[in-house]
Design a protein around this ligand. Sequence first.
Ligand code: AMP
Ligand code: GLY
Length: 428
Amino acid sequence: MNILLIGSGGREHALAWKLAQSRLLAADGDRFYATPGNPGIAEHAECEALDVADHAAVVQFCADNTIGLVVVGPEAPLVDGLGDALRAAGVAVFGPDKAPAQLEGSKGFTKDLCERAGIPTAGYVRTTSLAQATEALDRFAAPYVLKADGLAAGKGVVIAETRAEAEAALADMFGGQFGDAGAEVVIEEFMHGEEASFFALTDGTAILPIGTAQDHKRVGEGDTGPNTGGMGAYSPAPVLTEELQAQAMREIIEPTVATLRAEGMPYSGVLYAGLMLTDEGPKLVEYNARFGDPECQVLMMRLEEDLGELMLACAEGRLGEYSEAKLSAETALTVVMAAKGYPGTPEKGGAIDLGGAEADGAKVFHAGTALREGQLVANGGRVLNVTAMGSSVSEAQLGAYAAVDAISFPSGFCRRDIGWREVEREAS
Ligand code: AMP
Ligand code: GLY
């Protein structure tokens, strides 16, 4: 069949690489399109310039090109209702409709759902004015967790150490720092513990776990400095033991899927649960309605299934045909190479030579790259995701950094300690 993939990052390159191996694309004449794509994705798919905010144009493209499956990589088109428009036109789509995508699109929606379904998460208050929010701080203790309700590209969360900092942050949020996303602010109880991510596919009824991961959000080594979209990740996350995964499925994922279905907004696609492993068990930090970036890259390296068929089964309500999604027992680890300046203003246009980075089985996924007159150059904040497999986190880390060292990217940088928590545990 013909497939259309939406997105342009390292996550979408990993999805494109895996989808290109699918039986769905095996027949002569099967076409694989991506929009907008990037030079890495272009190795697998034909890149098209489509305005994904123009739902009618995407629907028309699908009709003109007999697209059998649309795979939506990022959250914004889902929260914007692209899934609804495609489904209404009879096109199979991997990714939830607008209403269930509120799991990512509205922090308040998710907290209320947790309350209705008895899902363990931090206590919270939803506030819609500065006065109300400031007063609500009385009910919490430092550190204060403040979240803009809507999509804010991962920047909408402030952890304030003091009451004065919290009040200043609330003033910024209600003052329009995050635009409409900050018209409502959720204040939460602070949870202590280690964070890990759990991924599950669902068609609204059946649920299929598809792996665990941990990422490094801070730009600096030792997890210091400003927050980023993620500087590296590894999968599996050994802290999420089989027992904790079973508990998270039972107490968090299953009631979420069942409640959304019961309330008439079944969720179809991937559920990405950010979990805090507290002394009282796993608690939900947040949901995303898409794969993580760069978590997706390490999951795709380990996935021993036909991704296209799994995604089509989600889209067609047939996920119950699967009893498990097989994943390699090995660890995959990815190091993000970013352009100097990231997460502020990244330097654009720096030359990249991938050299022999993939010689020993490593895989380099493109995130923010472009081709200028045949030269690969940086074209974004996070530029490359250098990914390797190994029998342990330490071994995968060695492989990934050997590949990093084979790359010439003078205007780039990376953290040298991705996976440090597990590397320390493995050494002790
Ligand atoms: P979120 O976008 O909701 O995942 O929040 C971003 C980050 O803020 C999370 O990855 C956590 O590190 C931190 N965080 C969010 N909520 C809490 C909470 N209630 N307690 C402690 N840390 C939190
Ligand atoms: N790496 C974190 C995210 O994709 O949200």
